[in-house]
Design a protein around this ligand. Structure first.
Ligand code: HEM
Length: 199
């Protein structure tokens, strides 16, 4: 039950955010698609392809940062009275950490409000960068158990979507708004329309 509950909604919502951000940023979408066709062509991706499509991987990371699907860690309980950074935390206190605040820290990211996949790339664009404040799966002892499965799903599904479909803003509906979402333990976009064009 834990795996189904923690694994379905989170990955599903992230893929909805992929569709939303790709529709809003067609230039990023085309750049990913170009990279994917250059490296993989039309064959199905495998996990061995990781590292060969850095711009696409950086785009998935930027979508995770901007959408903040798990905006906070799960609750954890202090096992004993603890002093932390001048604060006294009593035994049995429930604690959450604010993942979203890591993603929006202006001093750290410079322009956190901007959707900019390049921030996750090195200077020549050949490798993705690791940031200690990029923690979509939490951190520490109770970090997400499904992290590697989730990363695999996001990598494979995003690439297959982009190989097969062009995602466009619908001419007949309002533009999706990333600022409008359903907030709960996870954050998913409100229902939105896009047009999907077969490639
Ligand atoms: C994009 C997808 C996912 C995101 C963003 C995500 C995020 C998180 C976060 C932030 C936590 C809390 C960490 C903490 O409190 O310190 C967590 C815990 C957990 N996640 Fe995920 N998760 C994702 C996918 C999955 C998948 C696919 C599975 C399993 C199939 C999974 C299973 C779990 C479990 C079992 C925990 C509890 C771990 C523990 O308390 O020891 N998650 N996840």
């Amino acid at each position: 039950m834990d795996f189904f509950e923690a694994g379905g909604e989170t990955v599903g919502s992230t893929l909805s955010w992929v569709l939303l951000y790709m529709a809003l940023h067609p230039e990023v979408q085309e750049k990913c698609r170009q990279e994917i066709f250059n490296c993989l062509g039309v064959r199905e991706p495998t996990m061995n392809d990781r590292g060969t499509v850095p711009y696409t991987e950086a785009t998935i990371m930027e979508i995770q940062r901007c959408s903040s699907v798990a905006p906070s860690g799960l609750e954890h309980k202090a096992l004993e009275d603890t002093e932390l950074d001048g604060y006294t935390i009593k035994k049995d206190t429930l604690l959450f950490y604010n993942i979203n605040s890591f993603f929006l820290d202006r001093d750290y990211w410079g322009d956190p409000e901007k959707f900019r996949p390049e921030r996750f790339l090195n200077d020549d664009g050949s490798k993705t960068l690791k940031y200690e404040r990029f923690i979509p799966f939490g951190f520490g002892k109770r970090v997400c158990m499904g992290e590697s499965l989730a990363k695999a799903e996001l990598f494979i599904f995003t690439i297959m979507i982009l190989q097969n479909l062009r995602i466009k803003i619908s001419a007949n509906h309002a533009k999706p708004d990333p600022g409008q979402y359903e907030a709960g333990i996870t954050r998913s976009p409100l229902p939105f329309h896009v047009t999907l064009e077969a490639i």
